[in-house]
Each structure stands twice: as C-alpha cells, then as structure tokens.
Design a protein around this ligand. Structure first.
Ligand code: MN
Length: 418
C-alpha cells in the first residue's frame, strides 16, 4: 500500500533504530532529503518509513495533482462528494504480532513527552451506521493497552454513544497506508461522511477488506491492523509535543484495549510530531478550505500558505488578485471563515510570494498602514493549542498588505535589469 507510493522514490534503509529520540532525530535529518528513510524501530516486528509527504512536491504527487490549485479542488470535491469503497474478501498475508502493541513502531520524540507514541495510525469506527476514520496519537501502556488522545469531535461522539449503550466502542487501528489515504483521514468532512470514502474519491477508488473481528473496512495492503475496543477506562495521557512544538498537557484519556495485533510484510509509518509531514497532513486540507473561501470574494487566489513558523496551523499568507480596493479586507474575513483556528493572516498581491518571508515583510513595510489596513477581532473562538489565548478564546488579526490604490506605480518593486 505504502509501496505504491514509495517505489517512485529512493528508499534508504537505515537498519535498527532506538525508539527513544533516535527515530525522531533520523526523521528530522531526512526531512528535506530526496530519499525516504526506512528503518526498523528496535524491538518491533515491522519495517517503518517516514517523511512520505515532508515536501509539498511529494504531497502533490501523493494525490496525483499537477498544481496546488488542482490538489485543493480535488480534495474539496472528495470531501463534498465521497466515493465508494470496493470490498475484497482476501485481506492478504497478516500474522499475529508476537508482542502485541509493542510490536508496533511506538517512539519517544521529545524530551518532555510522557511516553512512547504511535503517531501515524488512524482509527476506524462504525457505530449505528456512521463510520469515521481519524488520526489519533496513542501512548503505549503495555502489550495490550494504549492511551488515545481523542479531541471532542466525531470519534469522540461515537465513543460516548457506544459507551452509554455497550460500555465500549469497537475500533480498528490501521497503520501504514498510502499518504493519500492519510491526507483524506486528516480532513474534516461533516459528521457522517466517512473519510475512507473521501480517500476513495481522491484516489479514484479504494479497495478495503473487512477487519477480522469487527468487520470494519481496512485499506488493502495496510502495514498493521489492530482490532480492539475503546474502553471506559481512562488514564493519564501526555505530555506530548504537538504541531506547534509545545507540550500538550496531561489529560485523562480513553484506553484502547487491543484484542488482536496483526502485522504484514508491508511497511508501517512514523510521523515526526511537529515535523513537515505532520504540518502538511494537518494543514493542507485547511489551506484548501481557505483557498475555497477566499476564492469566493476575490477574482483570483494565487497561493495560500499556512506557514511553518505558525506551525502550519495558526498563520496564513495569502496572495490574491484584487478587483477593487477593499478586497484585501474581505479576503481576511473569508480566510478566518475558511479555517476557524486561524489566528493571524497577511494578504498580499500576486507579485509577492507567500513562501518568501522577506518579500512578505517588504509588502507589510511598503503597502500597509496600521490604522487603515489592520483588522482585529477580539474574543473569537481559536485554537486550544495556542497557550497565549484564554481557554480557546483568541484575538485574531489580519493585515491587508496589498497595494492600497490598485494600479498605483509607486508601489512597484524595482527590478535589476537583465
Ligand atoms: Mn469524521
């Protein structure tokens, strides 16, 4: 499954790697390299890969898009009109892992992390006709148990409903899939829309087999599959350095009880928390939503960037074509509507590259006036990841750094001839 993607690249096998800090260091060192690192986390039963989509080029390649605009459109279309799953009977060659959950590539990434974590696994759950797939970090407790961070979203709702009725939710944990599947399970279509069906639309079809106990759909060729339950037991989970590279606090989170841990010869996957791959998987679907939202209020959106400095989550730079003066401010408002966790946004003209922080600063220096071009919205709902806000409340700020008088030549940047 992963191989369908990695075979297009040079994969460098680095042998056994210690789970504590060494895996994280390796992934960081290979983040911008051409080759994809493969390794065996010491003591585990599978080979792992990482940094599959740590570059934007590989992210576009994963979904076969020629441009970002095409990628945004296809992702939005897949979320809006998901496809169908193709069920196959034969799951392929899986074997029961000798050490249960300890056979999987759990790793400790940062010094303050509370334990060893699985970062690239997603949970498939179906309850009363509603199926959901979403990525959750899992902290290893023992061979049969892991603590799962479940933010109050779709899986949380299924879990609570099932808990009231049956005391537990049947779940299937899947690890090691094509990055297009991971991107799809990182999106947030409405409750009731199944992310694997989003993946199917995005990929032009997705083959799945029924998981051995619950019959949940699992993409064919997945590296590892865990059948289990999210139980009523809660334990302390965390701290864990998340996408903003801040330690998320300790919470009492549900325990996953594994009934069966299956591995195959296919690769599993480790995502470096706070790394480029993490930022791309979480941020790209939000960029798509910002792109769609801003596209409704201005003639053209050239580029949307959730910047690395903003953790790929809190800061956006957007380059646009204006029709009228004032379009820049409408673009700011549309950006906040497209990505509710967005905190600061800078809107620039098409001659400024959002990927070039110096040019963005130059646009702010020469085209922006604070009393005229600054938008501040107080006490809006923001990201709970941002410790400077109060309990999910935040102030949002937008800078309209577009040329204030459209077509005024005084704002043109001089170019060296030749
Ligand atoms: Mn969902």
């Amino acid at each position: 499954m992963i191989a369908a993607f990695t075979r297009k690249y040079k994969v460098e096998y680095l042998g056994e790697v210690e789970p504590i800090y060494r895996v994280a260091r390796l992934l960081k060192d290979y983040e911008a390299k051409e080759s994809i690192p493969a390794f065996t986390v010491k003591g585990t039963d599978t080979r792992s890969v990482g940094n599959l989509v740590s570059t934007r080029e590989r992210l576009l390649e994963a979904i076969g898009a020629e441009s970002e605009e095409e990628a945004y459109k296809r992702l939005l279309e897949a979320m809006e009109n998901p496809g169908k799953l193709t069920w196959v009977g034969d799951p392929g060659d899986y074997r029961v892992a000798g050490k249960g959950l300890k056979s999987l590539p759990f790793a400790k990434f940062y010094e303050g992390d509370g334990g060893l974590y699985l970062t690239a696994a997603f949970i498939v759950a179906c309850w009363k006709g509603v199926c959901n797939a979403s990525i959750h970090r899992m902290m290893l407790l023992d061979e049969k148990r892991a603590a799962v961070r479940i933010v109050p979203r779709h899986l949380y709702k299924l879990y609570n409903d099932a808990l009231k009725e049956k005391g537990r939710l049947p779940v299937t944990v899947v690890l090691g899939v094509h990055p297009a599947v991971l991107l799809a399970v990182s999106t947030s279509p409405g409750f009731g829309r199944f992310e694997l069906e989003v993946a199917s639309k995005l990929m032009g079809g997705l083959e799945v087999f029924p998981s051995p106990i619950h019959g949940n759909p699992v993409p064919v060729g997945a590296g590892a599959v865990v059948e289990g339950y999210l139980t009523g037991e809660r334990v302390e989970e965390g701290p864990f350095a998340d996408i903003l590279l801040l330690y998320d606090r300790v919470r009492r989170e549900p325990v996953l009880r594994a009934e069966k841990v299956l591995v195959s010869d296919n690769d599993t996957h480790v995502i470096l928390s706070g790394g480029r791959e993490h930022i791309h998987l979480m941020g790209f679907p939000r960029e798509a939503q910002i792109w769609a939202s801003v596209s409704k209020v201005v003639p053209r959106v050239y580029k949307v960037r959730l910047t690395p400095g903003g953790g790929g989550w809190l800061h956006a730079i957007i380059s646009i074509e204006k029709n009228h003066d004032g379009d820049g401010k409408n673009a700011i408002l549309a950006a906040f509507a497209g990505h509710p966790s967005l905190k600061h946004v800078v809107v620039v003209d098409g001659d400024i590259d959002p990927d070039d922080p110096v040019m963005v600063e130059w646009a702010i220096a020469t085209r922006f006036q604070a009393d005229r071009d600054l938008v501040i919205i107080k006490n809006a709902r923001g990201s709970t990841l941002d410790p400077s806000g109060g309990d999910g409340f935040t102030s949002k700020m937008g800078l309209d750094a577009t040329v204030p008088r459209k077509g005024d030549p005084h704002f043109e940047r001089a170019k060296l001839p030749g």
